[in-house]
Design a protein around this ligand. Structure first.
Ligand code: SDX
Length: 430
C-alpha cells in the first residue's frame, strides 16, 4: 500500500524522491522501480539482504519476535488445530476450510494421488543408489510432459487442477523414490487412508501384509508437513517464482524449486545436520565442533543453526522439538543418544557468546532429522519430505505471482566488473 511518505536520495547534488510502501506487518519498503530511469543507477544487494522481490499475502515472518504466520494465522495455532491438508487449503485459498470444504478438498486430493503409469518408467533410468532428490528433480520435472490438458495458467480452474495434482502426487512420487532405492515394489495409494497415513502406507507398507499406520507417528509427520509448508521468499520459493515468471510449465518450476531446496544451506540442512550429529557422536566432542564453527578459517558451520530472517528462535524449531519428544516417547526412545546429543549441543551453543552475538538459533532443520530418523525415514529422504510439504507453498506463491497485476518476468541487473571494452586481435597476433 502506498503512503504519502517518501525517501529522498541525493546523487551528485540532485535529489530524487521515491515512495514508501507499507504492508500489514513487517518492514516498510522503498519503491525504487523508477530508480534506473530517474538516475541511471541500480541498487546492489547480493543475496537480497534488503530487497523485497514482491508483494505477498501468503506468509509473514517476524525474525525478531520469532513469529511465523500463514495467511495471518500463527504457526503454533495451525500446528495444534489443523491437519496439513487444512493448511494446504488455507495457503491455496486464503481461508481455512469449513467441514464441507475440507471434506470436498480431501476427496479431490484423493482422486489425484495416482501417477500416470508411464511415469514409473522414469525411475528405472536412475541407479538404485541415486540420491532421492536427484530422482525428485527428474520425475517431478517429467510431470510437465503429462498434463497439457490443464496448462493455461490464465485459467483459474486449470491452475487449481495443477496445484491439486502437485499436492496429491508429490507423496506418491516421494514414496516411489524411496521404494526404488530399497528395491521394494511401489505401493499404490489407498483412498481409505488420510493424506499422511496414505504416505506412510506407500513408504513403509508392502504387498505382503496390511500396513496399519500408527496415529501418533502419523500426526507427528502431518505436523512436520505443516511446519514446512511455506516460508515467504526463501531461496527455493524465489526460484519457483523466477522460473514461473517466464511462463514456464508449473511442474518444471516445482522441479527447479526442488533443485534449489536440495542445497545444504537450505532444505538439505536437515540431512547435513543428522550427519553432523553422527560425526560428533558424543557430548564430549561438542566443544570441538563449536570451536570449529567459530573458526573463520574453518568452513564448518553448525548445521541446523542460523537463519537469514530469524534473529531470535525459529518457532518451527520449538514445535519440531516437541514433535520429536512425542515421537521418541511413543517409540520408547526417550533416551535416544542423538536426541540427547542435540539437546546438549543446543544448550551449549545458545550459551556461547559467538552464537548469541551472531543471533544463531536452531532452525527448522535442527530437530527435523532426528524425528524423521525415528519415524524410519532414511537420512537421504529428509529433504524429499521437505519438498513434499513445501510444494503447496511453492504453488501458492506461483499462482500469486501469475495473477499479480504488476507481474513481469524477473530480470535482475548487475554491477559489471569484467574486462573493459577491447578489440579482437587476429589469431596470429594473440
Ligand atoms: C532453511 O530462507 C528460509 O526461510 C529457509 C528456510 C525455509 O523454511 O525455507 O527456513 C529453511 O533453509 C533453514 C536454514 C538451514 N540451513 C542451515 O542450517 C545451514 C547452516 N546455516 C547457515 O548456512 C546460515 O545460517 C544460513 C544459510 C541459514 C543463513 O545464512 P546468512 O543469512 O547468509 O548468514 P551468514 O551465512 O552471512 O551468517 C552470518 C554470520 C557469519 O559470520 P560473519 O561472516 O558475520 O563473521 O553467522 C555465521 C557466518 O559465518 N554463521 C554461522 C552459522 N550460520 C551463520 N556460524 C556457524 N554455524 C552456523 N550455522
Amino acid at each position: 500500500m502506498s503512503t504519502n511518505r517518501t525517501a529522498t536520495l541525493t546523487i551528485d547534488g540532485k535529489s530524487h524522491e521515491f515512495p514508501i510502501m507499507v504492508g500489514t506487518h513487517g518492514n516498510d519498503v522503498i519503491d525504487i522501480r523508477t530508480l534506473g530511469a530517474k538516475t541511471g543507477l541500480f541498487t546492489y544487494d547480493s543475496g537480497y539482504l534488503s530487497t523485497a522481490s514482491c508483494q505477498s499475502t501468503v506468509t509473514f515472518i517476524d525474525g525478531d519476535k520469532g513469529e511465523l504466520l500463514y495467511r495471518g494465522y500463527p504457526i503454533e495455532q495451525l500446528a495444534e488445530n489443523c491437519s496439513f491438508l487444512e493448511v494446504a487449503y488455507l495457503l491455496k485459498n486464503g481461508e481455512l476450510p469449513n467441514q464441507n470444504q475440507k471434506t470436498t478438498f480431501e476427496g479431490t486430493i484423493k482422486n489425484h494421488t495416482m501417477v500416470h503409469d508411464q511415469l514409473t518408467r522414469f525411475y528405472n533410468g536412475f541407479r538404485r543408489d541415486a540420491h532421492p532428490m536427484a530422482v525428485m528433480v527428474g520425475v517431478v520435472g517429467a510431470l510437465s510432459a503429462f498434463y497439457h490438458d490443464a496448462m493455461d495458467a490464465a485459467d483459474p480452474e486449470q491452475r487449481s487442477i495443477t496445484i491439486n495434482r502437485i499436492i496429491a502426487k508429490l507423496p506418491t512420487i516421494v514414496a516411489m523414490a524411496y521404494k526404488y532405492n530399497t528395491g521394494q515394489p511401489f505401493m499404490y495409494p489407498r483412498n481409505n487412508l488420510d493424506y499422511t497415513a496414505n504416505f506412510m502406507h506407500m513408504m513403509f507398507g508392502t504387498p505382503c501384509e496390511e500396513y496399519v499406520p500408527n496415529p501418533v507417528l502419523t500426526h507427528a509427520l502431518d505436523t512436520i508437513f505443516t511446519l514446512h509448508a511455506d516460508h515467504e521468499q526463501n531461496a527455493s520459493t524465489s526460484t519457483v517464482r523466477l522460473a514461473g515468471s517466464s511462463g514456464a510449465n508449473p511442474y518444471a518450476c516445482v522441479s527447479a524449486g526442488i533443485a534449489c531446496l536440495w542445497g545444504p544451506a537450505h532444505g538439505g540442512a536437515n540431512e547435513a545436520c543428522l550427519k553432523m550429529l553422527e560425526e560428533i557422536g558424543d557430548v564430549s566432542r561438542v566443544g570441538e565442533y563449536i570451536k570449529r564453527a567459530k573458526d573463520k578459517n574453518d568452513s564448518f558451520k553448525l548445521m541446523g543453526f542460523g537463519h537469514r530472517v530469524y534473529k531470535n528462535f525459529d518457532p518451527r524449531a520449538k514445535l519440531m522439538g516437541k514433535v520429536c519428544a512425542d515421537v521418541l516417547a511413543e517409540l520408547g526412545l526417550e533416551n535416544d543418544g542423538m536426541f540427547k546429543l542435540a539437546k546438549e549441543l543446543e544448550k551449549i551453543a545458545l550459551e556461547d557468546e559467538y552464537f548469541v552475538e551472531k543471533k544463531l538459533y536452531p532452525n527448522v532443520d535442527f530437530y527435523s532429522g532426528i524425528v524423521q530418523k525415528a519415524l524410519g525415514i532414511p537420512t537421504s529422504m529428509f529433504t524429499c519430505i521437505f519438498a513434499l510439504a513445501r510444494s503447496i507453498g511453492w504453488m501458492t506463491q506461483w499462482e500469486e505471482m501469475i495473477t499479480d497485476p504488476e507481474y513481469k518476468i524477473g530480470r535482475p541487473r548487475q554491477l559489471y566488473v569484467g574486462a573493459a571494452r577491447r578489440t579482437v586481435k587476429p589469431l596470429s597476433q594473440r
